[in-house]
Design a protein around this ligand. Structure first.
Ligand code: AQP
Length: 358
């Protein structure tokens, strides 16, 4: 164990999927043995797209249960809910005042989500439909910034600043994330340096931590886009709460490439993605998988992949179901009490530096 700190989180904005697990949570489990680890359920981020309040509560608790079932140990790591520590929003405001609009305009996630942000929708499917429309529309629409800004909410535009505040509040050294979040970590680094330069040394400049093979799990229905909670179709992702029948149905429907050979190649992006998932859950190399399915077709390979996923998900879900809401809320409460002390001290320092009377 070194004395460096890691911080990371997942938005309870839908059903957490195997991309969230492989790209983020699985790495956290290993990293908690090496670092002082803080993991957050980032509900303030989740409301940057429309949420049903009752669903949001359920998904917040479910996300924390997923952390625990995945192996995050509350004796080693601190787990809490972002909105329980108001310093996140408070620091985000200060950082807003040193963030240039141009910094935010570069963020691709804003562009992806901006067109659904203003819609009053209350189901994941509806959000998905709007999202897919936005994919086609945004190139056209983004020629006209005025129309985008008049339609989208400021929270979505500013959310990378809140993410920077999450990270900087805890003097985080390392942020384990999927590749899609690299741009946001870069902004956190920029803001830490900018604040330190302007007001004096205050924040640690964090480093991203990316696990190469699983840094981007792609959608099962479209290997050109990442697997996403808010995807148009449930056939985009395998949720960590999917039952066996659902997993088998989704894998059966997953798109494949032309030809029938099981080969790991950039020329076959859909199959490459499925093999990446297979490797991650089985521990086998892609060469071993190619050998296993030599002379066999996609149907055999998909059956094998579904078996591997079910074998992982069954005990995972049993662990999740064995944790009561009361238990998880107790752990989250304790976690909040612990991080509050760190957050309060850092916030006091930042406030003094900018000239507030504390
Ligand atoms: N497809 C993915 N492959 C690998 N890693 C992924 N992550 C997300 N999707 C993939 C990683 O999961 C962590 C939590 O993500 P998040 O909840 O903060 O939001 P996100 O990155 O926007 O994830 P989603 O699933 O696409 O959610 P929605 O649809 O709500 O926006 C991050 O570390 C992320 O890199």
């Amino acid at each position: 164990m070194n004395n460096q700190r890691i911080f990371s989180g997942v938005q309870p904005s839908g059903s957490l999927h195997i991309g969230n697990y492989l790209g983020a949570i699985k790495n956290w489990v290993e990293l908690q043995n090496k670092f002082d680890a803080i993991f957050c359920v980032v509900d303030l981020h989740a409301i940057t797209v429309p949420q049903n309040p009752e669903e949001l509560k359920k998904k917040t608790i479910e996300a924390a249960k997923i952390y625990l079932a995945a192996g995050i140990d509350p004796e080693k790591s601190t787990i809490f809910i972002q909105s329980h520590i108001s310093e996140h929003a408070e620091l985000a405001w200060i950082l807003n005042t040193i963030t240039k609009t141009g910094d935010l305009l570069k963020m691709t996630q804003f562009k992806d989500k901006a067109l659904i942000d203003f819609k009053e929708v209350d189901s994941a499917e509806e959000i998905g439909r709007e999202y897919s429309k936005s994919q086609n529309l945004y190139l056209e629409e983004f020629k006209n910034w005025k129309s985008i800004f008049s339609k989208s909410y400021a929270g979505l535009f500013n959310y990378p600043i809140l993410m920077a505040a999450d990270i900087l509040l805890y003097d985080t050294d390392v942020v384990p994330v999927g590749e899609d979040q690299l741009q946001h970590i870069e902004l956190a680094r920029t803001l830490a340096r900018r604040f330190n330069k302007k007001f004096g040394e205050t924040f640690v400049v964090p480093e991203p931590y990316i696990q190469k093979e699983t840094m981007r799990i792609m959608g099962l229905d479209d290997p050109a886009k990442k697997m996403s909670k808010s995807a148009t179709s449930e056939y985009n992702y395998i949720s960590l709460t999917d039952d066996e029948e659902t997993v088998r149905r989704k894998i059966k429907k997953a798109v494949t490439d032309s030809g029938s050979e099981i080969i790991y190649s950039d020329e076959k992006p859909a199959l490459k993605n499925l093999i990446n998932i297979y490797t991650s859950f089985s521990g086998k190399t892609f060469q071993e998988i190619e050998k296993t399915y030599q002379g066999k077709g996609y149907a055999d390979f998909k059956n094998g992949l579904a078996d591997i996923l079910v074998k992982f998900l069954k005990p995972f879900q049993e662990k999740m179901n064995a944790i009561s809401d009361e238990q998880v809320l107790g752990i989250l409460q304790k976690g909040a009490e612990k991080v509050y002390l760190i957050a309060q001290e850092k916030m006091k320092d930042a406030k003094k530096k900018v000239g507030f009377i504390v």
